[in-house]
Design a protein around this ligand. Structure first.
Ligand SMILES: [Zn+2]
Ligand SMILES: [Zn+2]
Length: 333
């Protein structure tokens, strides 16, 4: 079968399945080719490490038990990487919600790269693509349609795709389109190039040092397996679950958000604020996502705390500016 006839055949199958041809993909998405295969290989390697290490972590916890040494490393690792994802990767790099000097930026970027969620560059490009095409053709991780715009007919497949399945698909975000500023950022590119070193530190290096220092050889192994591999996988899953749950389950404070995003308080607790996803889609550049006392945004509170200490500046409060402008209009009317 020639390539053209194979493509025709695939299109025919798709048309029969969904009764309509595939919509054309918008700008900034690469389909197939060596770069896509490299993405798939890296995703496979990372998930093989996460899953095999996590199985060993659970086995160790059940058969050997856990002491305060493993639990404290677990809590510390989860806290540092969850803050690194929310404050650094999401709010500082993707949405430029605040600025800081080079020393603070280095520390924050290190925390971000320790999350083991791909390179800083890749995360920024993918997430900006998600915001531009949210729940529409071109979105990389919607629970409503796949990367080619095909609607999901199976709930489990939709959930799995939006969580992690999209990392293995045949599309790739073009960072020349979505993350040109990151490609020009020497520090971000340093962390992108050295990402496997930071993955090693997060999953093995730091847990090993902590475990050996406070509990000897036995605790060292327990810390690597339980507080290194398993903790990393769980924190990656927490972030990934925002992609699925927070576009399906929860409440919508802003119905005018052009997507199906929701606020979910359980995901908010697990990700230190990222679950306020409907608020975030309505005002993507906001550094602080809470709009009510029960919406606890730890990431945003820490950014404002860092601002008070003079460590970060130019903190964006787009929703407050929007509200003030609306009130002014009302007064003028
Ligand atoms: Zn979203
Ligand atoms: Zn975002």
């Amino acid at each position: 079968m020639s390539v053209a006839s194979y493509d025709d055949h695939a299109a025919l199958i798709n048309e029969n399945l969904h009764n309509q041809p595939l919509p054309p993909l918008p700008r900034g998405i690469i389909v197939g080719g060596p770069k896509v295969r490299a993405k798939q290989r890296e995703s496979m390697l990372l998930f093989f490490i996460f899953m095999s290490g996590s199985i060993a972590g659970v086995y160790w916890a059940v058969t050997q038990g856990l002491s305060w040494v493993e639990w404290s490393m677990f809590a510390l690792g989860y806290t540092v990487t969850t803050l690194g994802l929310g404050i650094t990767v999401h709010r500082m790099l993707v949405h430029r919600s605040f600025k800081c000097g080079p020393v603070v930026k280095f520390v924050l970027c290190a925390m971000g790269q320790l999350t083991c969620q791909g390179s800083l560059l890749k995360w920024v490009g993918n997430h900006r693509r998600h915001h531009l095409y949210t729940d529409d053709v071109g979105d990389c991780h919607s629970p409503h349609i796949d990367s080619h715009g095909r609607p999901f007919t199976n709930k489990l497949r939709a959930w799995m795709y939006a969580n992690n399945g999209w990392l293995f698909d045949d599309t790739l975000t073009d960072n020349d389109v979505f993350a040109k500023d990151m490609l020009d950022d020497k520090m971000v590119m340093f962390f992108t190039r050295t990402r496997w070193f930071w993955y090693f530190l997060s999953m093995v290096g730091f847990p090993a040092i902590w475990g050996y220092a406070f509990g000897g050889w036995h605790a060292m192994v327990g810390c690597i397996l339980f507080a290194g591999f398993l903790r990393t996988y769980l924190s990656v899953m927490a972030t990934a679950t925002v992609n699925s749950v927070c576009h399906k389950i929860g409440y919508r404070r802003f119905d005018d958000a052009q997507d199906q995003s929701t606020n979910n308080l359980i995901m908010t607790a697990l990700t230190f604020g990222e679950g306020l996803h409907n608020n975030h889609h309505r005002f993507p550049r906001d550094a602080y996502l809470s709009h009510a006392w029960y919406e606890f945004d730890l990431n945003g509170l820490i950014i404002m705390g860092l601002e008070k200490l003079g460590l970060v500046y130019d903190v964006v409060h787009a929703s407050k500016v929007h509200k003030a402008a609306q009130e002014q209009t009302k007064l003028a009317a």
